[in-house]
Design a protein around this ligand. Structure first.
Ligand code: 13P
Length: 264
């Protein structure tokens, strides 16, 4: 989302010897003045903060155009999300993205069965991915597959039924153990469900809303305590520091849950 988050997450990954994927949506890309700005910022941080753990810079829920732009800008991984398109078109464009990305050593994630909730203005219904479509999508040569298993973006409603583990098992069986599966909407899923999903083949968990809420809560606390009015407390470097500290704490706990500490 911004410089503070990127720095917080990179430093926490390094401290915990964990590989990490920095996910950038197209909306966040526009907010940060475009993909080239982001590549420059991340490359600068890797060098200046002495980050040695593996770091992927990944486009999240990209359009076909967004995938092409991030491939050209120097991202190391792209998601092409054609889940809202007719399946044949999703498949055709996915093949094209794989060809363009693999020519440059860039990995590709694609989605089958839209993930519910709202992401950058796109609303999905939380479908269960069709097994046959998952198999066909994997045959395009993608490197990881995002598949709907009852997960949704944003906060989970009170009446959410939980992840559909039987469906996850059926997908994992259909695509085989060599295809990493991606769990979107990682915020607010109970820890035991995340751990079970990881044990069944989920290899990448996307988390955004939870970090946003932590950042906002820490910033609110700082302002409500009147700290911005004490001395130079209004300096953005001070104003944004509690939010950054909250991200560090959250990133540390997620690295522990997801089991990626000491795997760099
Ligand atoms: P949350 O915002 O629900 O954590 O979802 C993040 C995500 O899946 C981004 O693709």
């Amino acid at each position: 989302n911004n410089l503070e988050w990127t720095k917080a997450i990179l430093l926490t990954a390094q401290e915990n010897n964990s590989p990490v994927i920095l996910g950038v949506s197209e909306g966040a890309g526009k907010y940060m003045c475009g993909y080239k700005t982001i590549v420059g910022m991340v490359e600068g941080m890797l060098e200046e903060l002495n980050i040695t753990v593996p770091v992927a810079l990944h486009l999240d829920h990209g359009s076909f155009e967004g995938a092409k732009e991030t491939i050209a800008a120097g991202f190391s991984s792209v998601m092409f999300d054609g889940s809202h398109l007719p399946f044949e078109e999703n498949l055709k464009l996915a093949k094209d993205v794989v060809e363009k990305a693999h020519a440059k050593g860039i990995s590709v994630e694609c989605e089958v069965g839209s993930i519910g909730g709202e992401e950058d203005g796109i609303i999905g219904n939380g479908e269960l991915a069709d097994i046959e479509e998952c198999k066909q999508m994997v045959a395009t040569g993608i490197d990881y597959l995002a598949c709907g298993i009852g997960n949704i973006h944003g906060q989970y409603p009170e009446n959410w039924k939980g992840l559909a583990f039987d469906h996850l098992q059926a997908i994992a069986d259909a695509v085989g153990p060599d295809m990493p599966l991606v769990l979107h909407g990682g915020s607010g899923i109970p820890q035991d469900q995340i751990e079970k999903a990881i044990s069944m083949g989920i290899s990448k968990v996307n988390v955004n809303t939870e970090f946003q809420l932590s950042f906002a809560a820490a910033t609110r606390k700082y302002i409500e305590a009147g700290k911005d009015k004490e001395g130079k407390g209004f300096d953005p470097r001070k104003l944004l520091a509690p939010g950054k500290a909250a991200i560090v704490e959250d990133a540390k706990s997620h690295i522990d849950w997801f089991g990626s500490a000491n795997k760099a």
